[in-house]
Design a protein around this ligand. Structure first.
Ligand code: GLC
Length: 481
């Protein structure tokens, strides 16, 4: 089976969040475990480092039509971990200081989507499955069905569209349907939703299968509370919707061999974790104490990550307990200011690191005792899995992938059940109560040791999810009955 992943980011080349993690690890998991021909295509952003550019081969130089435009398109490739990565080069669109957030993002990704379709013929590679991710590549699915299927080489291609976050749908004014998206009046009703052009809606309608990144989120997005307006469309397409939980890259996130942490450790010998903790305390100028529980929050500082309920209880928690708290992330100014204030108010206890830094995040995970992630909505969430792998006890809200990956801790007949602390209601009271329950457990050394062992051994690798994707692809390609 031949697979082509199309997306806006992939680790280690260019990434801003979880999508990059997934496109950087799922393809190689599939290629390895199932011996498939897996290829991934992303834009050649200026952020992609020279060390990778040096390894790239020029595959083709073509011109990509987009309505009245004819745009330059270089196609480069490199092989990594059994996967062929393609990069679409066009400096006008992708030589920018960041990946997204520009007035012409609609045009940039329409161009990229058309380039993906043209690249198939330039490379003479027609996949069995085109697997597109998020709104930026939603148009590939539409272009495939509405334009390219007229050509015989494209007729066998089936499509899977994955929603990583339904909040970002790609909504535009009608006026650009033809001029920028190169679609005709015939596609008007397909692309129209709630008074505008909605790229994600078009892909949900046209894809052979629609998936999202956890089973629970697949249910949640059929309700108005979570769907950001798309619930009707998803309910109409429920027969082809399913959820597959993400995994994490077990090589990159491995406390047994991670070069970016102070000392390596494992579930059977966590001595190194204590070294990591004192190293971080030293690095951040906190008291070097083994006995004080170290809590952390590593997150985009956006309200849907649960920042408003954190704001509602964290002051009290810090004020009334002997703890240390480290926050890493940036985002809405309001939260950046709040955490900076918290650090000023409690200089012995709190560090607010208003930045985004992968190596620093691993140093924090490895030092953390209790990890807070009370998201309002969470399609999958990878941080709770990374935290678990590095022996931090997660406190999460029961939503989306957090619900599917973290089960409540309780003890029966001296047997530990669950792998974290969880709560259902979206309010500061429940978050505070569960965080304090985790702090109480922390004091019981023997129980804590057993729970951490169990947490670190919970399987968050891609193994079982890669199998689920294979089944889905086989079903979609018509290889299964
Ligand atoms: C998005 C979601 C996150 C998910 C990630 C990878 O960033 O917000 O929950 O883990 O995509 O699928």
């Amino acid at each position: 089976m031949k697979l082509l992943f199309a997306g806006a980011e992939a680790m280690p080349f260019a990434a801003t969040g979880g999508l990059g993690d997934v496109l950087g690890s799922l393809p190689s998991a599939l290629a390895k475990s199932h011996d498939l021909d897996v290829r991934v295509i992303i834009p050649l952003y200026s952020a992609i480092k020279e060390e990778y550019r040096k390894e790239m081969h020029e595959e083709a130089i073509i011109s990509v039509p987009l309505a009245w435009r004819k745009q330059y398109c270089g196609i480069y490739s490199l092989k990594k971990n059994g996967v062929t990565y393609y990069f679409i080069d066009n400096e006008y669109y992708f030589k920018r200081e960041s990946l997204y957030g520009f007035f012409d993002d609609g045009e940039r990704y329409a161009y990229f989507s058309m380039a993906v379709m043209e690249a198939m013929s330039a490379l003479d590679f027609y996949p069995d499955i085109l697997h597109a991710h998020d709104w930026q590549t939603a148009l590939t699915v539409v272009y495939l069905n509405r334009i390219y299927k007229k050509r015989p080489e494209y007729q066998g291609i089936k499509s899977v569209f994955t929603i990583h976050n339904i909040e970002y749908q790609g909504k535009y004014d009608f006026s650009i349907l033809g001029d920028v998206f190169a679609l005709s009046e015939n596609e008007y009703s397909l692309m129209e939703y709630d008074g505008c052009i909605n790229l994600m809606k078009g892909a949900i309608e046209e894809a052979d299968r629609v998936t999202t990144v956890s089973p629970r989120y697949a249910e949640e997005i059929r309700t108005p509370e979570y769907a950001h307006g798309l619930h009707t469309c998803l309910n109409n397409n429920a027969h082809k919707l399913s959820g597959i939980l993400n995994g994490i890259d077990y090589k990159y996130y491995d406390p047994k061999s991670d070069p970016s942490i102070a000392e390596t450790f494992s579930s059977v010998n966590t001595d190194g974790k204590a070294v990591c903790k004192s190293a971080l305390q030293r690095e951040l100028g906190l008291d070097e104490r083994a006995d004080v529980p170290l809590l952390s929050i590593i997150s985009r500082l956006a309200s849907h990550k649960g920042l408003d309920i954190i704001e509602g209880c964290i002051y009290d928690i810090v004020a009334s307990h002997d703890i240390q708290l480290v926050i890493l992330g940036k985002g809405e100014e309001r939260y950046e200011q709040f955490f900076t204030y918290l650090q000023e108010r409690f200089p012995q206890k709190v560090r607010a690191l208003i930045t985004y830094d992968r190596d620093l995040s691993k140093r924090i995970y490895s030092a953390t005792d209790i990890f807070l992630m009370p998201s309002k909505s969470e399609p999958c969430g990878l941080s709770q899995m990374i935290a678990s792998r590095y022996g931090a006890i997660p406190v999460v809200r029961e939503t989306g992938g957090l619900y599917d990956s973290i089960k409540p801790f309780w003890i029966k007949d001296n047997k530990i059940n669950g792998n974290g602390f969880t709560f259902a209601g979206y309010n500061a009271g429940e978050l505070k109560e569960r965080t304090e329950a985790a702090l109480t457990l922390y004091k019981n050394e023997e129980l804590r040791r057993r729970l951490v062992y169990k947490i670190m051994r919970t399987d968050f690798s891609w193994k079982s999810s890669a199998n689920s994707y294979i089944k889905l692809y086989e079903l979609t390609a018509g290889l299964l009955g």
